[in-house]
Design a binder for this molecule. Structure first.
Ligand SMILES: [Zn+2]
Length: 422
């Protein structure tokens, strides 16, 4: 029986590889585009197509199975009409357009998607969720890599430091940690901070049980000036990635708008996920699903910040807190089940962690001391105190506690590690 199972598994994985080899070369097509608009409208405009000489993603899991995120690209083989690759994600534009500013004026954001390099003509369809959370086609772009003008990568000269290596990049989750706000004089500190960031991840649960499925790379990008821009204190540092506090008018929100620079600086490292390690003592960070995350490296809470923000960026986890200075409005309409795996409006709880509840656990579950270790349905989450529920009384996605992902968040992280490491 075991032998049959083994042959079957071998057949399935060979079939996966042949699908990849049919349609793709073992390198990356970086698709840069502009995503613009406001709360009501959105537009896509193609920018550059750039070739990268390695593919870091899975060769088996080409189609996204999670259904998270605000946006999605669907890559079709034009000849057969077959879906050959997809990936869902969120962006800063999605957050900005829900702010007061985004409801009035028009914003223009550079975004990048990485797909395996197609051998044949493809049709890339850009989709967004509508107000009912259904996917709608917004734009499309036919790409023929044989005839299209494809730029060669602008190779950065950054030193790439292998911080943790467990094997072939296509069969592992590859995390690139890129430095921002470190000058040449800060290089020793940068290397120490890289080691700390690696440990914050690999020594925390559930990453600690998966170290053989993960590679971590340090990208030693050098900045002209030391520190991180903080507009509230009128401190400006000329840094390589332009990361700044006070993104969308939220003091602790640490993001960069320089998308193309970020991806150029990462041109000689293979990655599935990006962490920007910021040389600042000030508390702050940010994380957006399949986009990137940031964390302050010199703060007493850096360990928590990194785990929390990586939870957003990597596993699509929502904030489980509900008192917020985050300036996003109407983020979770109560008539729609949110896509994040760790909050629910109970509209479609079956799709969430219902199968992890003990049959005696009441729904909703009272947030009282004796339920401290019980997976339940606790009211308050996703910046909203009524009508949005979280799975545990406390969690790294709720309060500033490191290494405390709740069972539902741990399960979601595990799913994602397994997806990337096939
Ligand atoms: Zn949680």
């Amino acid at each position: 029986m075991k032998k049959i199972l083994f042959i079957l598994l071998l057949f399935i994985s060979l079939k996966g590889y042949s699908q990849f080899d049919n349609y793709f070369e073992n390198k990356t097509l970086r698709i840069d585009y502009f995503h613009s608009g406001n709360y009501e409208h959105e537009y896509y405009r193609p920018d550059e197509l750039i070739e990268k000489d390695i593919w870091a993603g899975s060769k088996i899991n080409l189609v996204d199975t999670f259904d998270y995120g605000k946006f999605r690209i669907m890559v079709y083989d034009t000849l057969s009409g077959k879906l050959i690759y997809s990936r869902a994600y969120s962006t800063l534009f999605a957050e900005w357009r829900t702010t007061a500013e985004g409801k009035g004026s028009c914003g223009n954001f550079s975004e990048t998607m990485l797909i395996p390099f197609p051998k044949k003509v493809i049709n890339v369809v850009f989709q967004s969720r509508d107000s009912l959370s259904k996917w709608q086609n917004i734009a499309s772009q036919v790409i023929d890599t044989k005839n299209e003008f494809i730029l060669k990568p602008k190779k950065s000269s950054n030193e790439i430091i292998p911080l943790h290596y467990s094997g072939d990049v296509t069969q592992k989750l590859d995390i690139a940690i890129i430095a921002d706000g470190y000058t040449k004089k800060d290089i020793e500190k940068m290397k120490k901070d890289f080691e700390n960031f690696k440990d914050y991840l690999l020594k925390s649960k559930p990453f600690d049980k998966n170290i053989d499925k993960i590679n971590i790379w340090g990208d030693a990008a050098i900045s002209a000036e030391s520190g991180i821009t903080n507009p509230v204190d009128t401190f400006v540092a000329k840094t390589i990635l332009g990361t700044s506090f006070n993104t969308i008018n939220s003091d602790r929100y640490l993001m960069t708008l320089e998308n193309k620079t970020l991806h150029d600086q990462l041109s000689n490292v293979a990655y599935d996920q990006i962490i920007i390690m910021c040389n600042t003592k000030k508390y702050g960070g940010g994380g957006i699903y399949n986009f990137y995350c940031t964390a302050a490296a010199g703060n007493a809470q850096s360990e928590f910040l990194l785990q929390h923000e990586f939870g957003h960026a990597f596993a699509g986890l929502a904030d489980e807190y509900y008192t917020s200075e985050v300036s996003v409005e109407d983020f979770y309409p109560l008539t729609i089940e949110p896509w994040e795996p760790n909050i629910t409006t109970l509209v479609n709880f079956e799709s969430k962690w219902k199968n992890m509840l003990d049959k005696n656990t009441p729904v909703p579950t009272p947030a009282v001391n004796e339920n401290n270790k019980i997976t339940g349905v606790y009211e308050g989450g996703g910046y909203i105190s009524k009508g949005v529920y979280r799975p545990f009384i406390d969690c790294t996605m709720k309060s500033a506690h490191a290494n405390l992902f709740c069972p539902v968040c741990k399960r979601a992280i595990q799913w994602m590690i397994d997806f990337y490491s096939k």
